[in-house]
Design a protein around this ligand. Structure first.
Ligand SMILES: NC(=O)c1ccc[n+]([C@@H]2O[C@H](COP(=O)([O-])OP(=O)(O)OC[C@H]3O[C@@H](n4cnc5c(N)ncnc54)[C@H](OP(=O)(O)O)[C@@H]3O)[C@@H](O)[C@H]2O)c1
Length: 328
């Protein structure tokens, strides 16, 4: 089964309307692999991968920093062991442009080659700057991305955590080099609606930049399995509202899910993100989560649902952990 997708600007790369985030794959400190979550294993990840691809969810988002490269290594093993499914996968990974990486062209190319090596592929579908943290100019960063594209190592280029101003600036620099900005990956969910109300989504639409929504189910808080009496484990710093406040949003997800014949809270939450034109990339640790998330495809919220969810949505918060990233 193949879900209809979106063509990324200036390319023939098509991404599914729903993707999978793989931060948890190989990560110990936040997601507890090998720690508090003993059920998160390479076996459970393999099942999540298979269930996602089989449901037409073929965009996989990773980063050089996830699990110190382990997320990319796990994906590399999954692809190598499963050439049939590998053929339909679009890989998105990221370069961390840390301030001390002053020779940014060389640093990006070295990091990209290391990512490709871990993933075991000659090129990735989408290569993203992880955040606006470089001391170098938008022109220098665009130049580095353009060189990677020219070398045939990346099919499209994107950014993450960029504000309206930053998105316009790097888009302009890429256009000067004959390239388009394909995507901006941002935290966007019912627990963080700010990118919509700030005009960031509108600016992306105007420029043809596809928003990818990270933490789209509030790091698990919008699935209904956590509550004020049973908060999520681990250090989940994004969307970190008091759970009493989250409980009210979840109650609305439950009501709307029931109205649609028993859709899960996560499916309603993801559907709302998709209705805004963004591609959600929820993390999935196992087959059940991957299948449930994929069930956000194939049906739509109506106008009343969207209005009710817009009213219930929270603008977002600025915690110490994510202050650096909260631009949109
Ligand atoms: N660019 C950036 O700066 C940035 C920042 C953050 C994330 N990201 C990307 O976005 C992806 C997704 O964000 P995220 O992982 O932070 O948050 P998320 O997708 O909102 O939440 C994922 C977590 O929710 C739980 N879950 C997922 N599906 C479920 C289901 N159907 N039922 C019950 N629980 C479910 C799992 O954790 P438990 O089972 O442990 O509850 C899972 O690890 C990441 O993997 C990463 O690729 C990017």
């Amino acid at each position: 089964m193949t879900a209809p997708g979106y063509e990324l600007a200036g390319s023939d790369v098509t991404v599914s309307r729903l993707g999978v985030g793989t931060w948890a794959w190989g990560d110990r400190s936040t997601w507890g692999m090998g720690g508090y979550d003993s059920a998160l294993t390479e076996g459970s990840i393999r099942e999540a991968f298979e269930a996602s691809v089989d449901a037409g969810v073929t965009l996989f988002d990773t980063a050089e920093v996830y699990g110190g490269g382990e997320s990319e290594r796990i994906i590399g093993r999954l692809l190598a062991d499963d050439p049939d499914r590998a053929g339909s996968v679009v890989l998105a990974t990221k370069f961390m442009p840390s301030p001390w990486k002053v020779q940014v062209g060389k640093a990006l190319m070295d990091a990209l080659r290391a990512s490709l090596d871990r993933l075991g592929v000659p090129a990735v579908g989408l290569y993203q700057l992880h955040g606006p943290v470089s001391l170098r100019s938008h022109a220098a960063l665009a130049e580095a991305l353009a060189a990677a594209h020219q070398g045939g190592l990346v099919h499209t280029v994107g950014v993450s955590n960029y504000s309206v101003t930053e998105t316009r600036a790097i888009d302009g620099e890429l256009r000067k080099r004959g390239l388009r900005l394909a995507s901006n990956q941002i935290e966007f969910s019912l627990l963080r609606r700010a990118p919509e109300t700030s005009g960031l989504l509108a600016a992306c639409a105007e420029l043809g930049v596809r928003p990818l929504a990270y933490s789209p189910i509030g790091q698990g808080r919008l699935t209904g399995k956590y509550s004020a009496g049973h908060p999520p484990p681990g250090r989940r710093g994004f969307s970190n509202h008091p759970m009493e406040v989250v409980d009210r949003v979840v109650a609305e997800l439950r009501r709307i899910g029931e109205k649609h014949g028993g859709k899960a809270c996560s499916q309603v939450a993801l559907n709302w993100v998709m209705a805004k034109g963004a591609v959600p990339i929820p993390g999935a640790k196992n087959r059940a989560q991957a299948e449930e998330n994929a069930g956000a495809l194939g049906w739509e919220l109506d106008g009343d649902d969207l209005e009710a969810l817009d009213r219930a949505a929270l603008p977002g918060i600025r915690s110490l952990q994510n202050r650096f990233w909260q631009h949109g």
